[in-house]
Design a protein around this ligand. Sequence first.
Ligand code: ATP
Ligand code: MG
Length: 382
Amino acid sequence: MNKVILIRYNEIYLKGGNKKYFTKLLFNNIKHALKEFNCTVENIQTRLLVRNFEDEDEIINAIRCVFGVHSISKAVELDNDVDTISSYVRDIKINSTFKCDVNRADKSFPIKSNDFAADLGEMVLNANPNARVDIHNPDCIIHVDIRENGKTYVFYDITYAYSGLPLGENRDGLLLLSGGIDSPVAGFCMAKRGLRQDFLHFDSFPYTSPQAKQKVIDLAHTIKKFVGARYMYVCSMTKLQEEFHVNCRTDYAINLLRRSMIRVANILCEKYKYKTIVTGESLGQVASQTIESLTTTNAVAKYPVMRPLISFNKEEIITIAKDINTYETSILPYEDCCTVFLPRDPVIKPKIRDAEREEKKINLDELIAFVIDNIEVIDLDA
Ligand code: ATP
Ligand code: MG
């Protein structure tokens, strides 16, 4: 009898001809998530198994962060043999209400699921005078999963993970990561659909502090395990923002900054082969996130801009931020480059034409080139 950790996945089932590809991705991502642990991972058709481990709770926590995983259980592995399973289940000590739940994937197993569940339930009742069956709301469910590999897995607890799709092999997304609450959550949401991402952060040193930058680096490290990031690019917008401030309409300051952020992102996408830009914008959250503002920003984007939080309320975003452990860091009170030179009367319905007219007042190409030349690349694995 072996102790194992049983991993179930769900959406991959729907992938038809691509199922093999997605299962392989998931398998590799789980192996990567467990690289610090002493254990082995095995693919047994529609389930994955971890064997030869010690720190089972830590391992389960690490697996929970891998997208594509539906749920995880500590289980014992038995042979698909009526007597073996029966004698194991008969010895389980139960002092509460319970039920047996049998899943017979191995159709050559001689007893049908419901019949075997009833047989096992009776054995448990006979062996435990305080046990009672409750089909609808039991304190304990004895799960018996009879698989096609000739093995049966018996378990009680199920830890649910995030489901979704496994992260792809390539880092296709570039997440605009600020120190706020929203953008780490946006990265998490896109990663849940399989988008592996790196990070791009803008600061305005010395108007923003080194602590503000460190906070974003900390956030990057916190969400790295979810989004599969390797690099964080840090760009200084100081010179650009000063030029906007002195020469351009102040009510357009945020729009002009956002358009510049996207221009920088365009160049990095081209250079490092990212296919899409991700932001934490949410419709109507602030003046810079009205449809007109987003349209003005989109007008300079050369790659699709994904905004997974577009329909989220702040409370919904905060709930996720707390769950993924970014909230406490995000609310540390350091300045962001967007809050530096913040106009008192930001335009709510900016026009592309006006933004372009403002940009002509400075040497934008040169200033963007300066930002790119002075980029700092942080290797998050170092
Ligand atoms: P968050 O930055 O997390 O959204 P916020 O709501 O305070 O918090 P916004 O002003 O709403 O920030 O910014 C909208 C989006 O623009 C962010 O989600 C992020 O994707 C991008 N962004 C803003 N500031 C920066 C920055 N300094 N560096 C990189 N991206 C930024
Ligand atoms: Mg926001």
